[in-house]
Ligand binder design. Structure first.
Ligand SMILES: [Zn+2]
Ligand SMILES: [Zn+2]
Length: 153
């Protein structure tokens, strides 16, 4: 059964399946993502909730890092690494965030489209993607891409 799961955390304790095409992929340099991922930035891929078969809740510890709990960030209880995140930033539709490194099927991974919260970067990134700084610009660019992707299907 486990080989049927196309997503898993670093240790493999948390496994789940995505069944639909991703909405978008991007890099977030916000300080919460840095802390949660223990990395300079988060590489995240978003899916519709209906396209993700959620992992067993007992394997994942969900926590909101900042009120209101717009993003519930789930870590594997075994390896402590990011597993999956539930996002509901009103008035945006709900989405599921999968850390891109947890997607084990490369065919599922879209090209990244942007960097957000680039103002809080700890490392420069040398690529041609648009880089948005500040809360408002980052949220607008991210939201716009997400909504356009959701409407496309
Ligand atoms: Zn794990
Ligand atoms: Zn972030």
């Amino acid at each position: 059964m486990s080989e049927a799961n196309n997503c898993r955390c670093e240790c493999g304790q948390v496994q789940f399946n995505v069944t639909g095409t991703p909405l978008m992929r991007g890099f977030c340099h916000c300080t919460i993502c840095q802390a949660f991922n223990e990395a300079p930035f988060a590489d995240i891929t978003l899916f519709r909730p209906a396209d993700v078969i959620m992992p067993d809740d007992t394997a994942v510890e969900f926590r909101a890092y900042r009120p209101p709990p717009a993003v519930q960030r789930g870590k594997c209880r075994q390896c402590g690494k990011p597993a999956i995140e539930k996002m509901h930033i009103f008035p945006l539709p709900k989405a599921i965030i999968v850390p891109s490194q947890n997607i084990r099927d490369d065919a599922l991974l879209p090209e990244p489209s942007m960097h957000v919260f680039y103002n809080s970067r700890v490392a420069e990134v040398d690529d041609d993607l648009p880089k948005y700084s500040g809360y408002l610009k980052s949220q607008l660019a991210f939201s716009h891409k997400l909504i356009v992707s959701m409407l496309r299907r």
